[in-house]
Write a protein that binds this ligand. Structure first.
Ligand code: K7E
Ligand code: CUA
Length: 652
């Protein structure tokens, strides 16, 4: 949720809140007590990994909890000059789309893979909103290893939520868009020509590889967020919708007309059966599928042409609509899978729906109407109950595994704890300020670790030393192990955090890859030892086969390059030890450095634009003689006859 949108919607409330009445009552925590709870002594490790979305930076950050220490920032839908991601020849294909190279996206949500509805710590999925994509990050290397584009979608917001065994990762379109053959349609024909789509991507159990299994057509609503059913509701998926008014202009007003929008319940097991029966229609929809190969150390991008589409107005029993007040943002399912919570950002209550009642209503055809022939269930029949006076602007809900839910309140800047069965509000704590998502380790799974809760806030104002017009966003860590929530720590985040997940460090910390074994390096231009270092001309391409090992590059003096040549530095890092990357940078390159991990090969393309002698050097302080890890390349005029010549370690 972008702050600016909210500012216009809630200008008055916000002004009062931010300027006039900050949440009161910094809790009477003994500072020493709180400090003890977040203190991780030097040399010791945090208890949880916290993967935090970076929003508009397209990145993911890895944070330790409870300390709040940032451990890593990794590019997902972004280039990353720090390590050459998106600049090296090997990684460029990862950011390819049907629209070509798109080096940025807006990353909102993270899902960590689960087995039997519990975190298994294998992969993290992330969504790109702008040019719809889903990425998969390998949690043994913390590297983005796959990106798949979603066709017939725009603003891929209700994504990348997963089913309980990671059978599927979903993508619901925020913007409905024209999806037919002719996409040059007038915008005011919205209701006729625009469609929503919900995509189900299969995830291979062993490799993790994704594919678009099927796409379900849906009414032209805006799909905001989603959660899978779990345990008893396994087989179902729930999507929040807004703009069921189907407005296409001034949504601020026009999409806030109806008292209730819907949570769309998707029976994906039924959809699977239809696919098996051959009921899917193959439609043309080009999309890119990019895969990183850990043995060749390179990515490939394939453009695929078709998807399987299901039309739920013809194929019954796939989609049902549950009325939900009002413009729901988040929808969340509790750890038992029985309760479905809708967070209507303009609603005065929080509705809690019962999965059991939903099934009964479907069985009894207890419908209040239809949308395109698809049933709308009766609100009262499906309702477990409403949380009264929870606060203003409910957005997202997480769970502690002890029967309690925690809902973030954007407008009233607080987190509210309530009991899922009794719907009674139990506690509330202020956030500083305007909380968006919140997160409990394991919170969306069947087995939450209800010890901490983190609030990710939109407006920081006075929490840190000021840094000009733009301030760091703020996360706040609370102890939720007792009856009352207790604020322990503020820590700044990178980019704009939306959703995050966390899981026990023990799940993955011993599985981390330390280096890439040279014997598995199948990069076609890898070198197996320093004696293979060489330079070869191939027409206008000059290939420099280079090794890096403490503390030299081979070759380190290169001549015979001419203007008009394209030079490819294929650098193999021969180290076989943990945390000994070497960097490679050359003067005047219009790209970035590359950082090469031990046992890896990476390629920087350089097109010299003038004659001269250009130094290159290692950018990562790798040894006492790191400053000696350098070399020169000479560029001569286009008509020169300087021959290819290079030095590989001869003493002067
Ligand atoms: Cu509420 Cu994009 Cu999940 Cu942000 S969204 S807060
Ligand atoms: Cu290699 Cu510094």
């Amino acid at each position: 949720m972008k702050t600016k949108i909210w500012l216009s919607t809630f200008a008055v409330v916000m002004a009062a809140m931010v300027i006039g009445c900050k949440p009161k009552g910094a809790q009477s925590t003994l500072a020493g007590d709180a400090a003890n709870k977040v203190y991780v002594p030097p040399g010791q490790h945090d208890e949880f990994y916290n993967l935090v979305s970076g929003g508009f930076n397209g990145q993911m950050s890895v944070v330790g909890l409870p300390s709040g220490r940032t451990l890593k920032i990794l590019p997902v839908f972004s280039v990353h000059p720090e390590n050459g991601w998106g600049y090296s020849e090997e990684s460029k294909p990862m950011l390819n789309t049907a629209n070509g190279f798109v080096p940025w996206d807006d990353l909102h949500h993270i899902s960590v893979s689960t087995t039997n509805a519990e975190h298994d710590g294998r992969w993290a999925f992330a969504n790109g909103n702008n040019t719809p994509r889903i990425a998969r990050v390998d949690l043994t290397t913390f590297k983005t290893v796959e990106i798949i584009e979603i066709p017939n979608s725009a603003g891929n917001h209700s994504s990348p939520y997963i089913t309980e065994n990671t059978e599927y990762v979903v993508a619901g379109t925020r913007f409905s868009v024209p999806t037919g053959e002719d996409r040059d349609v007038s915008i005011d024909s919205y209701k006729d020509n625009f469609k929503g789509t919900i995509s189900f991507l299969s995830v291979d159990k062993n490799s993790g590889h994704m594919d678009i299994a099927f796409q379900i057509e849906a009414p032209p609503f805006n799909f905001d967020l989603a959660r899978a059913g779990k345990k008893k509701s396994h087989g179902w998926f729930f999507f929040s919708t807004y703009n069921t008014e189907m407005a296409h202009t001034l949504l601020e007003v026009n999409a806030s007309q109806r008292d209730k929008d819907y949570i769309m319940a998707v029976n994906w097991k039924r959809a699977e059966e239809y696919i098996k029966e051959g009921k899917g229609k193959k439609i043309k929809a080009p999309y890119a599928h990019n895969v990183w190969d850990e043995e060749t150390h390179m990515a490939t991008s394939t453009i695929k042409e078709n998807i399987l589409s299901l039309d739920p107005t013809e194929l019954k029993d796939i989609l049902y609509f549950i009325p939900c007040p009002k413009s729901p943002h988040g929808t969340d399912t509790d750890p038992t899978g029985e309760y479905i919570i809708g967070s209507g950002k303009l609603a005065a209550i929080i509705p809690v729906f019962s999965f059991t009642k939903m099934l009964e209503a479907i069985e009894n055809e207890d419908f209040e109407g239809t949308i395109g022939g698809m049933p709308v269930l009766n609100y009262e029949s499906v309702l477990h109950g409403e949380v009264e006076k929870p606060g203003l602007g409910p957005l997202h809900t997480e769970f502690d595994g002890r029967g309690n839910a925690y809902t973030s309140m954007f407008v009233s800047s607080e987190v509210v704890k309530w009991n899922i069965e009794t719907l009674e509000v139990l506690d509330r704590v202020p956030t500083y300020y305007s909380v968006g998502h919140l997160m409990i380790p394991g919170g969306p799974t069947g087995n939450p670790h209800g010890k901490y809760m983190v609030a990710y806030n939109k407006i920081t104002k006075d929490r840190y030393l000021p840094t000009g017009p733009e301030l760091a966003h703020s996360a706040q860590l609370y102890d939720i192990s007792g009856d009352k929530m207790q604020l322990l720590l503020d820590f700044p985040t990178i980019g704009e955090p939306h959703y995050a997940e966390a899981f026990p460090a023990s799940l993955i910390k011993d599985k981390q890859v330390k280096f890439y074994p040279m014997e598995h390096n199948n990069h076609p231009r890898a070198l197996k030892g320093i004696n293979d270092a060489r330079v070869e001309r191939d027409g206008n391409n000059v290939h420099v086969y280079m090794t890096s090992i403490r503390s030299n590059f081979r070759p380190d003096n290169i001549e015979g390059v001419r203007l008009g040549d394209e030079v490819y530095f294929h650098v193999t890092n021969l180290e076989q030890d943990w945390d000994v990357p070497h960097g490679f940078a050359i003067k005047g390159a219009n790209t970035a450095e590359i950082l090469i991990m031990p046992g890896e090969t990476a390629t920087l393309k350089w097109v010299p634009d003038r004659v001269g002698v250009f130094p290159f050097y290692c950018t990562d302080f790798c040894s006492a003689l790191h400053q000696e890890m350098q070399g020169y390349i000479r560029v001569s005029s286009a008509d020169s006859n300087v021959p290819i010549k290079y030095l590989t370690g001869e003493a002067e």
